[in-house]
Design a protein around this ligand. Structure first.
Ligand code: ATP
Ligand code: ZN
Ligand code: MG
Length: 500
C-alpha cells in the first residue's frame, strides 16, 4: 500500500522561531516512534511553518498506515514542545490524503464510498480524502473505509449467486394427498383471511388451531424434552443491539421501523387531532412533525435480544449449556415482492431456541435437536423433507463461519417438498426452519463469559407458518388424511364462524 498524507497541525502559540527544532523533531520521528518494518519506506517532512501552524507530510509504502500514527505524533509533539516551550497542539486536520492499495479482483462496476472518492485502475484502488478531522481519525473510519471498498468489490462477484447448498439428509419420497396451495384453499374455506396490510394474515379459529398445534409440538416434542426454559423478550429492538449482531448493516431494507412520539403532551398533538376530526383523514405532514426518528425496529428474529440479555454477564458453569427459547415476540420482515401465502409473509410467528455452551456441549446438543426434529417431521408429520448444509456467501468468503471441513459452525436448512409448486426435482422446496451453530460470533459481540469455559452459541428458527404450510401442502386440509400422530395434537378443528 502507498500513502501520501498532508496534515495541518494548529498550535496554541506562535512557533515560527522554532523552525529548526521542529525539523529535527520530524527527522527523529521514524526512529523514535516507529520501528522500521521490513519492506516499508517512510518519510516525514515538515513545511509551511509559520505563526501557529505547520504542515506535516507523510509518505509511506508498505503495511504502515500513516493515519494511525497521527495521534501518536500529536502526543509526541506535545510531550517535546509542551515541556520546553509550552506549546500544545490545538488540532490536526488532514488536508489531503491519498491511499493506493491492491484489490483481489478487478471491480465489475463503479465503486463509491462516503467521505471520500475512489478511483480504480485494474486491481489498484486509490482512495482520496480531504479535510479529515481528529474525531474521524480517532473513530477509525479510514481503516473501515478501506475494508469497505475491498468488500464492495468482492460482493460484486457474489451478487445474485445462490448461497452454498449441500444436501446432507433426505427422507423417503412420500405420497402427497393433493397438490393445491394450502393458503388459497384455507382462504376459500374461511379459515384464513388476508390481513389489513401487506403480508399479514388474520387466522380464524381453524387456522389458529393449526398454528397453535405446531407450537405445542415444537415445545412438547423438541424443546421441553431437551430442557429448554421459556423466556419472554421485548418485541422492539433498539438499533444498538442490531449494530452488535450485524443485522443493521445486513438487512436494513427488511426491517419494520418503530417511531416514538416526540411527546405525549396533548398540546403538541392538538393540531393533529383538529385536522383528523375535521378532515377524517390522517394529516401525514402533521404526524411526521410529532414523531421521532426511529431508534428501534420490530423483532426480526428473537435471538439478538436474547444475546443482549446476557450482555457482559458471567454465566455459572452449573448453568451451562444455557437453553432458552422465546415464543412471544412476533417477527416482522419487509418481504416486498417475495410475499406468498402464509409461507412468506411480513409478520410471522416463530419459536426460537437459543443455546450457549462449550463447543462440545453445542455439538452434542445439535445431534439431540436433530434427533427430536427428525422425530417430529418423520413420525408426527410424516413429511417428505431434507436437510442441507448452507453457508451464506458473505460468510463463506469472509471465512467467518461455516467451516466446511469440520462443519462445526454453520447452518442447516430444513426443506419440505411442496407438491403445489411442481415436481420434486425442479420445484423450489420450502425452507421451513433452520439450525445454526455460530461459534463465538455473538458471544464476543455481547461480551458473554463463563467462569472457566470458552463459549459458543447458536439458535434455531422454528417458523410456525412454515411448519403449517409444509404439512398442509403434503397432507391436505381434510383431517381424515392427517397422520394419527398429528391428530393427537389436533383431534378436531374448531367449528369456526359462518358468514352470510
Ligand atoms: P428465507 O431464505 O426463506 O427468506 P431466511 O434465511 O430469511 O429465510 P431465517 O432468517 O434464517 O430465514 O429465519 C429462520 C426461519 O424463520 C425460517 O426457516 C422460516 O421458518 C422463518 N421465516 C423467515 N422468513 C419468513 C417469512 N417471511 N415468512 C414466514 N416465515 C419466515
Ligand atoms: Zn437466531
Ligand atoms: Mg429471508
Amino acid at each position: 500500500m502507498q500513502f501520501h498524507l498532508d496534515a495541518t497541525f494548529t498550535l496554541s502559540t506562535d512557533l515560527s522561531s522554532l523552525k529548526k527544532e521542529i525539523q529535527s523533531f520530524a527527522h527523529s520521528l521514524p526512529a523514535t516512534l516507529f520501528k522500521k518494518q521490513e519492506g516499508t519506506t517512510l518519510s516525514f517532512t515538515i513545511a509551511n511553518v509559520h505563526n501557529n501552524s505547520f504542515t506535516l507530510s507523510i509518505a509511506s509504502e508498505g503495511a504502515f498506515r500513516p493515519h494511525n500514527a497521527l495521534l501518536q505524533i500529536k502526543n509526541a509533539f506535545s510531550r517535546e514542545f509542551g515541556k520546553t516551550h509550552h506549546i500544545g497542539v490545538r488540532d490536526i486536520t488532514i488536508t489531503r490524503y491519498e491511499m493506493t492499495f491492491d484489490l483481489e479482483k478487478k471491480p465489475l462496476k463503479k465503486v463509491t464510498i462516503p467521505f471520500g472518492t475512489v478511483t480504480i485502475t485494474g486491481k489498484q484502488a486509490t482512495l482520496s480524502l480531504s479535510n479529515v478531522d481528529e474525531e474521524f481519525l480517532r473513530r477509525n473510519y479510514i481503516d473501515r473505509m478501506i475494508s469497505r471498498i475491498k468488500e464492495k468489490v468482492e460482493n460484486q462477484y457474489y451478487e445474485g449467486k445462490a448461497e452454498f447448498w449441500k444436501s446432507i439428509w433426505e427422507s423417503k419420497e412420500k405420497k402427497s394427498v393433493w397438490s393445491k396451495d394450502p393458503t388459497e384453499e384455507m382462504v376459500k374455506k374461511g379459515w384464513l383471511q388476508q390481513g389489513p396490510t401487506k403480508g399479514k394474515w388474520f387466522y380464524r379459529p381453524q387456522a389458529a388451531a393449526i398454528l397453535k398445534a405446531m407450537e405445542q409440538i415444537a415445545i412438547n416434542e423438541v424443546l421441553a424434552p431437551l430442557g429448554f426454559q421459556e423466556i419472554i423478550e421485548s418485541h422492539i429492538v433498539p438499533f444498538d443491539i442490531w449494530l452488535k449482531t450485524g443485522h443493521m448493516e445486513g438487512m436494513p431494507a427488511e426491517f419494520y421501523y418503530v417511531a416514538e412520539p416526540k411527546t405525549r403532551d396533548a398540546k403538541s398533538w392538538e393540531h393533529f387531532v383538529d385536522l383528523t376530526k375535521i378532515t377524517k383523514e390522517i394529516p401525514a405532514d402533521e404526524l411526521q412533525k410529532n414523531l421521532s426518528t426511529p431508534t428501534a425496529g420490530i423483532c426480526y428474529a428473537q435471538c439478538p435480544v436474547i444475546y443482549w440479555s446476557f450482555k457482559g454477564k458471567t454465566i455459572a458453569e452449573s448453568s451451562l449449556p444455557v437453553l432458552v427459547y422465546d415464543k412471544t415476540a412476533i417477527s416482522n420482515r419487509y418481504e416486498s415482492g417475495g410475499r406468498h401465502g402464509i409461507e412468506r409473509v411480513d409478520e410471522f410467528h416463530r419459536v426460537e431456541p437459543v443455546y450457549i455452551g462449550t463447543r462440545e456441549q453445542l455439538l452434542d446438543l445439535r445431534d439431540k435437536l436433530l434427533d427430536r426434529y427428525k422425530y417430529v417431521f418423520n413420525k408426527i408429520f410424516d413429511l417428505e423433507w431434507r436437510m442441507a448444509w448452507v453457508t451464506p456467501w458473505y460468510m463463506q468468503q469472509a471465512g467467518k463461519l461455516g467451516d466446511e471441513s469440520t462443519q462445526d459452525t454453520g447452518t442447516i436448512d430444513f426443506e419440505a417438498y411442496m407438491p403445489y409448486r411442481g415436481n420434486r426435482k425442479d420445484s423450489e422446496w420450502l425452507e421451513f426452519q433452520n439450525l445454526s451453530i455460530l461459534g463465538d460470533k455473538y458471544i464476543g459481540a455481547f461480551n458473554i463469559k463463563a467462569q472457566k469455559s470458552k463459549l459458543w452459541s447458536g439458535c434455531s428458527g422454528i417458523g410456525l407458518e412454515r411448519w403449517a404450510t409444509a404439512f398442509l401442502a403434503q397432507k391436505g386440509l381434510d383431517q381424515k388424511s392427517w397422520p394419527s400422530t398429528f391428530k393427537k395434537y389436533l383431534s378436531a378443528l374448531p367449528k369456526g364462524i359462518e358468514f352470510l
